[in-house]
Structures are given as C-alpha cells and as structure tokens.
Ligand binder design. Structure first.
Ligand code: M6R
Length: 365
C-alpha cells in the first residue's frame, strides 16, 4: 500500500503534483477557472458582504493564508477562526455571509458544529473537503471537492496543498469579477496556478539532500522557531505544526515582526530559526528580523526564491524556491517544510504515520 515508501506521509508528500493536478483539472475549462460544479453563482462576490473561514489545525492554516489573499485582491472582509472558538461565541452572521468551512475528513466535530451555527443564522456555506460523502459535504450549500485522494498519515500534507490551491482557484474566480483587476492579471495567475504541480515535483526532488542534513541537526534540538510575514506567517504556522506533531520537538511560529515583543528573549546560541521569505514584496522586512535573531546566535534557515539577494553571512542554511508570483510562491515553501518535519521525525525515531495522542479524524470535541 505504501508503494515502496517507508511511510504514508512520505508517499503522500510525493503524491502532491498528481493530486494537485486532479483538483486543477476539475476546476479549469479551456484554460480558465470554472467553478460551475461547486454551485457558486457566476458572480458570487455580489452576493456577500463578508466571508468567514472556519476550520481546525492544518485546514485552519489554509484559511489563514487565504484571508491575506482574498482581502488583498477581492476587498471583501474575511474573518478566519478555529472552529472550536467560533462555535462557542456569537459570531455576526447573516444571509449575506459566505461561510467557508475547510476539512480534509469532512467529519471534524467542531467544524461541523460551526457550519451548523452559521447556517442557522442564514449564511451560505461553501465546503472545501476531501470527502464527498462526509457530513460537512452533505450539510453545505456549495462544495469544492479537494480530490487529494485518501490521506492516511495523521499529519496532513497533500490535503493542505489542495486546500490552498482551492483557495487560489476561488481567488482567481473572484478577481475575474472585480473591475479594478485587469484581465491580464487573471490570466497570469491562472497560468502560474497551472505551473504549480511541476514546480512542486522538481522541488521535492531537489531539496531532499539539503533537508536531510538540516533534519539531522534539528533532531537534537528542543525548540525550533518559525517566522514569516503575511502569507509566509501562515506557512510558518503550518511548518511548526507539522514538525511538532510528528517529531515531538517544541516548535512555534511567530509573525516575524512580533519577535521583539517577547519571544526574542528565548533566542540564544544555536536555537534554530526557520525564516520563510517567499514573498518578494516584503522580503527586506523579513530579512531584517532574520538578522536580529542571527545577532543573538540563532542558527538560521532561510527559505526564499532562488533569485533573491541577501547578505549570505546571516544565513546558515538556505533552501531555494522557483520564482513565482508573490501570492502563490508560499505554497511552494510547504514542500521543504513537510520534508523537514518528516526527516526530523525520522531521525527522532518517532511513529510518523500515527503520532501519539492524535487521531486522523477528530469526530468528538
Ligand atoms: O479533517 P480535518 O481537515 O477537518 O482535520 C483538521 C485537523 O484535525 C487536522 O488538520 C490536523 O491538524 C492534522 N493532523 C494536522 O496535520
């Protein structure tokens, strides 16, 4: 079943080019985004005043990323929240709210409860899920089926990639509806989206050796920090979750600019800091935070575009990403982050596919 891989997680990481292609094929027609099958109206943006994105864990991280992009391009207010919080407060929802729930399994209890709550207040619900027969799929008004294929490892990898890609699809479809966004940008973003599977395939092969060296070091560490800005911050969150979930090493993610408001106190000699710098537009800001941690002795890993210029003496390890538009480049960074978590856990000797205390599908709260 593992098709020659030692673990389902590694198999699923390597399946990503194919599983992503499946999602794209489903939602593209003649080279253009076509969301007819989802049930979304042609000009759905007109129907809503705001978007709520609600999910748990990795699925939540895909929503956190989407908030940055949807608000930036579509100029519609987006709130993103973990389902266990959303369901026990009194969110402001009405019939002009688009509720987007994201769930690999489609059975996560808190996410389902949040969906029901928003629906009872009049929201239209769009589900992004990997299970068509799930409770979440059944109880939603609209659906983007993620088509990642069965995900067995508890740590979610290929489902996350398709969640983010589904948000990219939604983003481009929304951009088409905006008068202030050129058709050219819509065309460019669509062609960048189509390039992603091949870029991911190459990246998972190229980065392996370098990652194994870093993972070997990380396996000895007690704390690892991840920093980033904007969408890269959400990648940092996901990278840290993946690492802690399967290696049991304490990993935390912070918005890079927030470090000096407290956490910098923990950065001392040889503490690893992973800096996500896929966004060319704010790279300089991220890099100045990287220099701050380096000055305190941190061991730095920078993940950035291959043509990015920076002062090499602040960077101990470097992983390069192919060049892509700033909004989509982030998804490329997930590949080294997933591999880093995997090989670190492998060095730690942990049960990678079945980490302690965790279940694949959390159907009780
Ligand atoms: O099935 P769901 O996407 O609703 O699951 C949500 C989380 O339980 C899940 O993403 C969890 O955080 C993963 N184990 C992370 O790798």
């Amino acid at each position: 079943e593992k098709q020659g891989y030692d673990h389902f997680m590694l198999k699923e990481i390597h399946e990503q080019p194919e599983s992503l292609k499946r999602l794209l094929e489903d939602n593209l027609k003649d080279g253009k985004i076509d969301l007819t099958a989802s049930g979304l109206a042609e000009n759905w943006l007109d129907n809503y005043d705001k978007i709520h994105i609600v999910a748990c864990g990795t699925a939540y991280h895909s929503g956190a990323l989407a908030k940055y992009l949807l608000e930036d391009k579509l100029r519609i207010p987006v709130e993103v929240e973990v389902a266990s919080e959303y369901r026990y407060r009194n969110p402001i929802v009405n019939d002009r709210t688009l509720m987007i729930v994201v769930s690999q399994s489609g059975e996560t209890a808190d996410t389902l409860a949040a969906l029901r709550l928003a629906r009872s207040k009049g929201a239209s619900v769009l589900a992004l899920t990997n299970s068509r027969d799930s409770s979440i799929a059944r109880e939603s008004d609209m659906l983007i089926y993620l088509k990642a294929g069965p995900e067995i490892a508890v740590a979610s990898t290929k489902a996350y990639t398709n969640m983010v890609a589904a948000f990219y699809i939604l983003l481009i479809d929304g951009m088409r509806q905006r008068d202030d966004i050129s058709e050219e940008l819509v065309v460019n973003y669509t062609s960048d989206l189509i390039k992603l599977p091949e870029m991911i395939r190459k990246l998972s092969q190229q980065s392996k050796e370098q990652i194994e060296i870093i993972a070997n070091k990380y396996a000895q560490k007690e704390n690892i920090f991840f920093i980033g800005r904007n969408t890269d911050y959400t990648l940092a969150l996901e990278g840290a979750l993946k690492l802690k979930e399967i290696s049991y090493i304490h990993a935390e993610a912070y918005p890079a600019g927030e470090l000096k408001h407290g956490t910098l106190a923990l950065v001392e000699e040889n503490v690893p800091v992973v800096a996500l710098g896929s966004r060319a537009d704010i790279f300089a800001k991220l890099f100045s935070n990287l220099k701050e941690v380096k000055a305190r002795g941190a061991e730095t890993l920078l993940i950035t575009e291959e043509n990015q210029k920076f002062e090499a003496d602040s960077v101990d390890y470097l992983i390069e990403l192919p060049v892509l538009n700033k909004d989509f480049a982030g998804l490329l960074a997930i590949i080294p982050l997933q591999l880093l978590a995997y090989y670190t856990a492998l060095n730690c000797g942990e049960d990678i596919d079945q980490p302690r205390n965790l279940a694949k599908s959390v159907t009780v709260e």
